[in-house]
Design a protein around this ligand. Structure first.
Ligand SMILES: [Zn+2]
Length: 373
């Protein structure tokens, strides 16, 4: 029988990447790989088969419950897996690997740093070791576990979809409150970096001279060089509104009594109705994102760029608006690309939505622990 090598059973996990013992497994081996997406309030569980296909389009939701401590969070993740297995008539015996998508920052692989979204007691938590132990208890045997940045894992899932079995690099942008960036290499794995900060592309400087010499905006990270995130996401909308409102002095928002937050949150809805101020602002965001895309493509030279985030969500924006936004991104990038890049580049909307991070975590588990088929 043909055999491949798979990685199994953690043998050490003290502050470094876990070492796994190699064991031969049959090439025909089937099995499933699960992904846990740990969010601030809700955790989601999804899964895939060994051929990469989805077990279900429905995620299992469980409470993250971080206020109740680390053990409660682990319990929530295990409840999520148990629920997902039961809903899909599966058992732990079929699980060959688990992935966990969880926001950083980390102190080291699998160890939580100081996070604004978690109680202070979570700092220094070795969630890789604790979740690995809980999985072993639930399954009655050790199951390999891989952990990583949630944005990166979302990129892995979208990349798996757009590459459709081909070898190609994929860059993903997810502009929301901040700018999620991920680069997924032709083997399907994300660029993690040595200090585990990953690709924080949102905090690279924007080329302000190509954006009408707009001044350097403030950014939550504290850098003063005009982070791209501030020009492309909700976080910078109040500053963008200050720049654009004087150009539309008769606009209702110029005399509105709404709070600044309410004003910026009304922009997306206004843009769907063709409001000139709102469209100006989102055209500017598209241009800033397109320039950043070109900047990163010079370095990464990938064929696919996936755009996620609220502006590309079919439930939040019109088809006409989404086309305009993607067209604006491409138009800003094209003059700065090499001719072959211009011909080959595909800029596509994200489609997996809230599935992406759990499924991406399951895919990384498959790539790391699955049989080579
Ligand atoms: Zn920044």
């Amino acid at each position: 029988m043909d055999c491949g090598l798979a990685l199994s059973r953690p043998t050490a996990s003290v502050g470094t990447r876990t070492q796994f013992r190699l064991r031969p497994i049959p090439m025909s081996e089937t099995g499933i790989f699960l992904g846990t997406d740990s969010g601030a309030t809700t955790s989601k569980t999804g899964g895939i088969r060994a051929d990469g296909s989805l077990i279900s389009h429905k995620l299992r939701q469980s409470s993250t419950n971080s206020q109740a401590g680390r053990e409660a969070v682990i319990r929530g993740w295990i409840d999520g897996v148990n629920g997902f297995l039961a809903e899909n008539n599966l058992t732990w015996s079929q699980v060959h690997g688990v992935g966990l998508a969880i926001p950083g920052p980390y102190q080291s692989y699998g160890v939580m740093g100081r996070s604004a979204n978690l109680p202070a007691s979570f700092e220094g938590w070795n969630f890789h070791a604790d979740y690995g132990r809980a999985i072993a208890d639930a399954a009655g045997r050790a199951i390999p576990l891989v952990v990583g940045n949630d944005g990166n894992y979302g990129g892995v899932a979208e990349a798996h979809r757009v590459r459709a079995g081909r070898k190609a690099g994929v860059l993903m942008f997810a502009p929301g409150s901040g700018l999620g960036c991920a680069y997924v290499d032709p083997n399907g794995l994300p660029l993690d970096g040595d200090t585990l900060n990953g690709m924080e592309g949102g905090h690279m400087p924007a080329p302000l001279h190509l954006l009408g010499h707009v001044h350097p905006f403030r950014c939550g990270c504290g850098r003063d060089w005009g982070c791209v995130e501030a020009y492309t996401t909700i976080s910078g909308l109040p500053q963008l509104l200050e720049v654009f409102l004087p150009k539309h002095p008769r606009h209702p928002l110029a005399s509105s009594t709404l709070t600044p937050k309410e004003k910026v949150l009304s922009l997306r809805t206004l843009a769907q109705k063709g409001d000139p101020l709102a469209l100006d602002i989102f055209d500017f965001q598209a241009r800033a994102l397109g320039l950043h895309l070109a900047n990163l493509l010079i370095a990464l030279d990938c064929e696919f760029v996936v755009i996620g985030g609220g502006l590309i969500d079919p439930e939040a924006t019109t088809a006409e608006f989404r086309e305009r936004y993607l067209r604006g991104i491409r138009a800003a990038a094209e003059p700065y690309l090499w001719p072959t890049q211009r011909d080959k580049l595909q800029i596509v909307p994200a489609t997996l939505g809230e599935l992406s991070q759990a499924i991406g975590a399951a895919l990384v588990a498959l790539y790391q622990f699955g049989a080579k088929v």
